[in-house]
Design a binder for this molecule. Structure first.
Ligand SMILES: *Cc1c(COP(=O)(O)O)cnc(C)c1O
Length: 384
């Protein structure tokens, strides 16, 4: 099933059809664990909800559609989706990943899978040609995040994909920060796309859910086996909420991108700001790659206030009124975070600072409010 519709149509109709029972336009919340059989094995395609649930299936079809992939899989969280990908591997296998990684991903790799004998190398993938020297006979998977969290580094997906293919290594891309509106890694040569749908896809900060999308049928079968055998599936209510969120993904993302661009430019000119990290700036080291592989520059940015330390950064985020101080991102409301003490606290300070996550760094998830109010809020917090 290739992407047959334009993106703005696919978010609403992709993989969806009215419910066969009563023609409900939105798939009902099939709040059931099991399904009646007329004779052993005589069922309508559904036996048990860990394996299949019609609400979840509708969501999985939507995931596939918006990423232009053949198969979508839904999980109980973004990390549960990643966990399923890691279970494709065996002890002794090696994974290459980016050194500026979501804290929870780093924790999953090093605290859960390293003890099982899987080896990880964290390298700077901004220079795609540096990958080659790190690939060994044991390398099975390359795990890329782009743009990265929170340094907004951009990795050239197509360039990494070419090298991965040449060495017969799988390439998985965490597409959470960009969202499917901004970037479609499968089209750039990736094998697996992963989302924390908790963020932009669901988009309303009311659900925790994860997604995988692939094109290869055998890979889909293996992942679907793990999904059922390990069992980290989302319930029908959360599947429904995520599906509803996806239907406005395109209009939300347009505004997220616009507002983030306005705020990035405001901060860059502000006398109290040292540095702004946003891939839309021409001065961003990977701006050219961002321009080719992204449709807009997303709703995330980070900045360092001039002369700030740990406590000054915390004072600024505490003074914000419209931006809520919170973990997470990608909801309609604007959020601010202090990575060193929040999202990235689980990464040791020396490792964290090596990739630029200093104590004074502040991260913004720019929402879809009126940008004039957001700028006013930043102005008062910076001068407080
Ligand atoms: C939030 C997040 C995850 C983890 O997803 P959960 O839904 O919280 O499990 C993974 N990667 C990135 C980039 C994230 O922002």
């Amino acid at each position: 099933m290739k992407k047959a519709m334009q993106f703005n149509t696919a978010v609403i109709h992709g993989g969806q059809s009215p419910d066969p029972a009563y023609g409900a336009v939105m798939p009902p919340i099939y709040q059931t664990s099991t399904y009646a059989q007329s004779t052993p094995g005589g069922h309508k395609g559904f036996e048990y909800s860990r394996t299949h649930n019609p609400t979840r299936s509708a969501l999985e079809n939507a995931f596939a559609s918006i990423e232009g992939g053949a198969f979508g899989l839904a999980f109980a969280s973004g990390l549960a989706a990643m966990d399923a990908v890691m279970k494709l591997l065996q002890p002794g296998d090696e994974v290459i990943s980016t050194n500026d990684l979501y804290g929870g991903s780093y924790r999953l790799f090093t605290k859960i899978f390293e003890p099982f004998g899987i080896r990880f190398r964290f390298i700077d993938l901004q220079q795609a040609d540096q990958l080659e020297e790190h690939i060994s006979a044991a390398t099975r998977l390359i795990w890329v995040e782009t743009p990265t969290n929170p340094m907004m580094q951009v990795v050239d997906i197509a360039a990494i994909a070419r090298q991965a293919k040449a060495h017969n290594v799988l390439l998985a891309v965490d597409n959470t920060f960009a969202s499917s509106y901004v970037q479609n890694p499968l089209a750039l040569g990736a094998d697996i796309v992963m989302h924390s749908a908790t963020k932009y896809l669901a988009g309303h900060s009311d659900v925790v859910l994860g997604a995988l999308v692939v094109n290869d049928e055998e890979l889909d079968e293996r992942l679907r086996f793990i999904q059922n055998a390990s069992g980290a599936v989302p319930g029908p209510m959360d599947s429904f909420l995520t599906l509803r969120g996806i239907k406005t993904l395109h209009v939300r993302m347009q505004r997220h991108c616009e507002n983030a661009a306005a705020i990035a430019n405001y901060l860059a000119k502000h006398p109290a700001i040292e540095k702004v990290y946003w891939p839309g700036f021409e001065s961003h080291p990977n701006h050219e790659v961002a321009k080719t592989q992204m449709n807009g520059f997303g709703g995330m940015l980070s900045f360092i206030p001039k002369g700030a330390d740990y406590s000054k950064a915390i004072r600024i985020v505490e003074h914000l009124e419209l931006f809520t101080l919170a973990e997470s991102l990608g909801g309609v409301e604007s959020l601010a975070g202090h990575p060193a003490s929040m999202t990235h606290a689980s990464i040791p300070k020396e490792i964290r600072e090596k990739s630029g996550v200093v104590d004074s760094l502040i991260r913004l998830s720019v929402g879809i409010e009126d940008v004039r109010d957001l700028i006013q809020d930043l102005e008062q917090a910076l001068s407080a």
